[in-house]
Unconditional design. Sequence first.
Length: 363
Amino acid sequence: MEAPVFEEIDPAGDCGCPGCRHWRRVLPHAPAGRALAHPAACRALVVATAAASATVVSALGAGQAAAVPAAVHAPHRPGVPAEDEPGTPQGARGPLHGPAGRPVGPPARVELAALTRAEIIDRARTWVAAKVPYSLTAYWSDGYRQDCSGFVSMAWKLPANEWTGSLGSFADRITKEELQPGDMLLFHNASDPTKGSHVVIFGGWTDTAHTTYTAYEQTPPHTRRLDTPYAYWSDSAKYLPYRYKGVAASEQAESGKAAAEGAPPATADPAAASPGVAGPASHGVAGYPGRAMFGPGADNPYVTRLGRQLVRKGFGTHYTKGPGPRWGEADRRGVQAFQRAQGWRGGAADGHPGPETWRRLFS
């Protein structure tokens, strides 16, 4: 008996199995008037099941009925990540969500929000502090989806929840050397978006060799801030650096930082507080004694404390002996290396610790 021929079919578009629901969320929508094709994996299983049924029919012979097993649907993507992926599947592009998780409307087409780098990092920190749980389907109180791309959409204050396949359209490609806090490192696996695709916010270099950086990311079980090898723990070569198109001009950010660093120092008595604890709060930064405590001729406990922290952070390579209380060229060069690791250039990286340098160095 000739085996029957089975056609490759697309099961109903409203199939409710877990795998089909997942793929409807992550795959781009089909053109208007055409139903989104069922995942290839699901189609293959339907064909394989049909072929197996044909074999049973042939073996039983004509006139005998064979029980045809129900079609097996694609399972959920495993919750435990494989070695080559961060385990962060994502939702598709969608609107922001209001109370009770209800959409507030279709994705808006508005001007991109103008943000400074500090604002982007501050927004990212809000989720880190709140330890926002990772989720493909939940939305945080600010309306953004609680996955990796929703997190970057939030940090950049985008008008909708984007995904790794669309975030690049809101940014410009840059080089590794151009990376500055607030930029992103993106891996979009176009052939299989749910396998390995991930995105993180770049928070600044943590070493002079630019081999590790601070990453802000949304990944199970919750948002985190972590020193990360460049470009990522896995699939490193596939991560590409991008800069948000709405970020404030670099010269504006640098001039603002330089102005803060060069502000007249508040008078501070080194004996007024222990340099090993909190110390004074010049310019609102706890422990920062003021710019007058550093530079040629400075000899005080704060210089020692600064040098020891530079060593802890990996920026003490210029010291030929342990940091001491007298300011020297090794101190200046260590501070300058740390400032450049933050993405600062020109006068913003002069090697003299202002309040923002101090805050970041001791954070």
